[in-house]
Design a binder for this molecule. Structure first.
Ligand code: 13P
Ligand code: SF4
Length: 372
């Protein structure tokens, strides 16, 4: 999706890092409690040090929903996160994204037209009333609204299991689901990994390819599948390969492997732990001194974990580091510009979701919050 960030005014790009840090701190102090700066774990340190709250996408959406007193929420993360914050905050609150080009390539792999087309194609083959649409948080507000309208819910990497159990039921616990099938978008890997956690086999899951007629599936494949997985992925997490895990284990036989569920299933199968960014942080903190941890997630988080735990060895499983290029767009210069503009009484880069979309998307987000 094309979003145009205009060039920063003079005095920001290329400014001395210490000067920017001093100006950000001063602006924050003057804005006081009316300002809330949220930082996703993948943010650069030069930005993260100014976050009032850090978190994964689930934690940050909760915080945005709870902090009704903050007039300005400056979201240091990516566009879909800022949209979710706007949906969950009150009408008097304004959400700002320091760089409008901070999108998410995975979120852009599913759009409303393609999902509506898929839904129609599915309706021609099976009873869509029995399909529960579930969208990963990494998706546009329009898709969250689609899900809200069709009885589904949003999920994040920390609650995908609970949301899919809610949708499909849990035969072991004797809990009925909301339907017989899930259409899960846009990340096939999170969907597949969670399906396996719930006991589904590869044969119970089919990949829906939005570029091909009827998702490139036969009628029988659609009817047989419990999970229809949208063919989308995260280019950062898809880089991790089983060979990385094997190389790490050869070098560190006593080491532990922690991976994000956006990684391919072949990688997740070899890991000791799989979980959201928050879970990876907790597992690192819980490891004993001297532990060696190989982590498959965005490099800024891996580096920060290494810095915060000097008594442990924390390495990226992929030796060719992989930053998230869109998260990386948020830097101290953009943060400073947004805050100093607020001091001048100008709100820049506000992210808004129209009321109708927001109402349906809120329903899907609130279902998620109620499930977890
Ligand atoms: P978390 O929900 O784990 O923070 O992940 C968000 C994300 O974009 C990971 O790539
Ligand atoms: Fe999107 Fe991947 Fe970046 Fe997460 S790491 S924001 S899924 S591109």
């Amino acid at each position: 999706m094309l979003r145009i960030q205009r060039a920063l005014p003079e005095g920001y790009a290329g400014a001395d890092p210490d000067d920017l840090a001093r100006r950000i701190a001063a602006a924050k102090a003057r804005l006081g409690d009316q300002l809330l700066v949220l930082g996703h774990h993948y943010q650069r340190d030069e930005v993260m040090r100014f976050a009032d709250a850090r978190g994964d996408s689930f934690g940050l959406s909760r915080i945005a929903a709870e902090r009704r007193d903050a007039r300005y929420v400056v979201f240091c993360g990516v566009h879909f996160m800022a949209e979710s914050a706007d949906i969950l905050t009150g009408p008097d609150q304004q959400v700002l994204l320091p760089d409008l080009n901070a999108g998410c390539s995975m979120a852009d792999m599913a759009d409303l037209d393609a999902v509506e087309e898929a839904w129609e194609a599915l309706a021609a083959v099976t009873d869509v009333e029995r399909i529960v649409p579930v969208t990963y948080m990494n998706s546009s507000a329009a898709l969250k609204a689609f899900v809200g309208r069709h009885g589904g819910a949003v999920c994040t990497s920390s609650n995908a299991r609970a949301v899919l159990s809610w949708a499909l039921g849990d035969p072991v616990a004797g809990v009925a689901g909301r339907g017989d099938k899930v259409l899960f978008f846009p990340d096939q890997h999170l969907g597949r990994n969670t399906g396996h956690q719930l006991g589904y086999e590869a044969a119970d899951m089919a990949v829906w390819d939005p570029r091909r007629a009827q998702g490139n599936l036969e009628d029988a494949e659609i009817k047989a599948a419990s999970l229809l997985l949208w063919r989308g992925h995260c280019s950062v997490h898809q880089r991790f390969r089983p060979e990385h895990v094997r190389d790490f284990r050869l070098a560190h036989p006593e080491g532990r492997v922690l991976v994000h569920p956006e990684c391919a299933h072949e990688v997740v199968e070899l890991a000791d732990e799989v979980g959201s960014t928050d879970r990876i942080i907790q597992a690192t903190a819980a490891a004993p001194p001297g532990a060696v941890l190989g982590i498959a997630t965005e490099i800024h988080l891996v580096k920060r974990l290494g810095d915060e735990h000097p008594d442990k060895t924390v390495v990226s499983l992929d030796p060719l580091v992989c930053p998230c290029s869109t998260m990386f767009r948020i830097d101290a210069a953009h943060l400073c510009w947004v805050l100093e503009s607020l001091l001048d009484g100008v709100v820049v880069n506000r992210i808004t979701v129209d009321e109708e979309t927001a109402a349906w998307a809120r329903l899907a987000l609130e279902r998620m919050l109620a499930i977890t």
